[in-house]
Design a protein around this ligand. Structure first.
Ligand SMILES: C[S@@+](CC[C@H](N)C(=O)[O-])C[C@H]1O[C@@H](n2cnc3c(N)ncnc32)[C@H](O)[C@@H]1O
Length: 385
């Protein structure tokens, strides 16, 4: 009789295959054979009425939860003690997820998009629980998988989980925005959303290598970019993938909640003007414009108060939509709306290209990527920073 977890893992894999993910039988075998529950010591669930709940293997719902096609939060606020405090009846402070086992459908989507071959060396950024590293190791073997996480405590726990389930990939505690492990990789799978793609990542790609990464932004539901090194220029470049994806922001990409920035705004000092751009488009996270705006405005967030919709940047620049007159009021150190309007006008002039046609190129020493449509030869205007 198969163990209960095996039946659950089979059924989860069948669901992923039905969703049109996980086309490669080697990945299907990896999902069937890897016990996701053994990578989850302590988990958090969020109940709309009761808020965050702390669960572990002793809870009757645990095993079934572990094999749902859902992300499972394993750490809040980067705080290793949050689970214990919550379990003891205490409160969690911010309640922002800082590590999780990603949704299996997102994992499957990324693995398909990576087009991994059996001989590839793969680097995963964001070890988290170690579950995805186990899937990679099942397919490629210990020698060809490396995984890093900024949180040393998580790396230790993931190492324990991986060893107990028979996997021994190379694991390091590293901040991917500062350092990657030595060596060249054919594929880099970034399972966290970075604020900007570091140009130095190019040096870690083997010839023909690819990086898939999400970019964190308050203006997009995290587009995934598939990047490679342009052999002519040596620059990291590539397009968005068509399926939207959401990853939690990298530790260094966390922003203060927008209401705290809003509280500092002096709205009287703003000036009001007409605009041709529909305001709602700038806040539509799933629109085709979003992957173009997001990398150029990585620290802008949406904010709603009882009367108005706002966009607010970390430097205190802001724009408010006046719904009654369909005008915008702008304030702060720079005209945020002018930059957004410029990109929108360019996108509109190019017949509103869909997300798969939008790309970016990263250069060392440049604080903005170059955005383009169809090819780096069709670059978008730069926005004032
Ligand atoms: C969504 S989880 C990754 C899920 C993981 N792949 C799994 O299978 O369980 C994101 C992880 O990225 C890590 N992380 C955040 N910022 C990072 C950074 N700058 N460098 C490396 N890891 C980072 C977090 O600590 C977190 O564990």
């Amino acid at each position: 009789m198969p163990q209960q977890w095996q039946q659950l893992a089979d059924s989860m894999t069948d669901t992923l295959v039905r969703q049109g993910r996980l086309l490669d039988p080697a990945w299907q075998a990896a999902f069937r054979d890897t016990p996701r529950h053994r990578f989850l010591d302590r988990i958090f669930t969020n109940d709309p009425e009761r808020g965050w709940q702390a669960l572990d293997h002793d809870d009757p719902a645990f095993l079934e939860l572990a094999y749902q096609v859902e992300p499972i939060v394993t750490q809040l606020d980067g705080d290793p003690d949050a689970w214990r405090r919550l379990r003891d009846g205490g409160l969690v402070e911010g309640g922002i997820p800082s590590s999780s086992s990603s949704s299996p459908s997102l994992m499957a989507q990324m693995l398909d998009d990576l087009h991994v071959q059996d001989t590839h060396r793969v680097l995963e950024v964001g070890t988290g629980t170690g579950y995805n590293a186990a899937i990679l190791t099942h397919r490629l073997g210990d020698q060809d998988v490396t995984s890093i996480d900024v949180d040393a405590g998580l790396v230790d726990a993931a190492r324990r989980h991986l060893h107990k389930t028979g996997h021994h990939p190379a694991l390091y505690a590293l901040d991917a925005e500062r350092t990657l492990p030595d060596g060249l990789f054919d594929r880099v799978e970034v399972t966290v959303a970075v604020r900007a793609v570091p140009a130095f990542w190019a040096k870690h790609l083997a010839p023909g290598g690819h990086i898939i990464t999400a970019l964190a932004s308050g203006l997009s539901s995290n587009s995934l970019f598939d990047l490679h090194v342009d052999t002519a220029t040596g620059l990291l470049t590539g397009r968005t993938l068509t399926d939207p994806a959401w990853f939690m922001p990298s530790r260094s990409a966390l922003l203060p909640p927008p209401h705290t920035l809003h509280a500092r705004i002096d709205a009287v000092a703003g000036h009001t003007r007409d605009t041709d751009m529909p305001f709602s488009l700038a806040g539509d996270l799933g629109s085709d414009l979003a992957p173009l705006l997001a990398p150029m405005f990585p620290t802008v967030q949406r904010h709603y108060d009882t009367d108005w919709n706002w966009l607010i940047d970390l430097d205190g620049s802001w724009v408010r939509h006046n719904t009654d007159t369909d005008t915008v009021t702008i304030g702060g150190p720079r005209d945020l709306w002018a930059g957004i309007e410029t990109l929108w006008a360019w996108w509109t002039d190019h017949d509103k290209p869909s997300r798969g046609r939008i790309g970016l190129t990263v250069s060392a020493g440049d604080d903005q990527p170059t955005m383009w449509v169809d090819s780096p030869n069709h670059a978008a205007p730069r926005t004032p920073s």
